[in-house]
Design a protein around this ligand. Sequence first.
Ligand code: SF4
Ligand code: SF4
Length: 265
Amino acid sequence: MTGQELQERIAREVDANPDNTLQGRLRYYDHPLIGVAPAADPLFVQMKEADIAGDLFRLPQEWLPGAASVLVYYLPFSREVRSSNYAGSKASMEWLHARFRGEAFSNKLREMLIGLMEAQGEKALAPMLEESMVIDYQRLSSNWSERHAAYAAGLGTFSLNRGMITAKGMAGRFGSMITTLELEPTPRIYEDPFQNCPWMVDGSCGECMDRCPSGAITENGKDKRVCYEYLFVQDPLKKEREPFGYPYSACGKCQTAVPCESRIP
Ligand code: SF4
Ligand code: SF4
């Protein structure tokens, strides 16, 4: 099994699986990008030692002894989901559903990919589905980072708003798994971890600062605590989200109606 075959398999699910839609009407995701990093890539050790991915960060081999590859996919939100979020200071209902039901669909993709690899006699796991996955909301840190895995897997670079700008932009969701399956690594075609964000290169753009309703994004980057308080404490969509059982608000204003929404600026 190759990365290309896995990409085509995810694309088929995106096209045909009704769980990628809100009752057949709103489609959450378009076709994915796929990237692969060797599990032994020294970049993971550097991220851990330099505390770049957070001090809780666990290496691929610490998640899965014998790991050979880290597979990461990026699912861009559909144009309908993205454009629904352009107006107003609160997230649209389409964005809210895509955030939570779209992630439920992504969890099914993670399970499907694990099943495909296990059917080949390999081991595989998705940290986000593991009981040992830790997200420390006090320190806003976790023991696995899909964005950092995406960087290692050649999918894109970091940005002023602490997102990740891929060839299909940043308005979307990542998924990742660690496997004993040997997959061909994806070349990292960037030299700088912020290369795709004009602000980080030469101070141009910066449009995400004006888009943020909480003031979390400044010239110095994103204050994760301010964004967290907005989504979890201020909870601007509490009334709208509660009937659906979603655990907190969504936003995504810094990912939509900006030059990096669906492309590299
Ligand atoms: S809106 Fe501009 S400055 Fe902000 S992350 Fe995107 S490219 Fe970078
Ligand atoms: S998600 Fe919303 S509140 Fe958080 S940084 Fe982006 S625009 Fe600001």
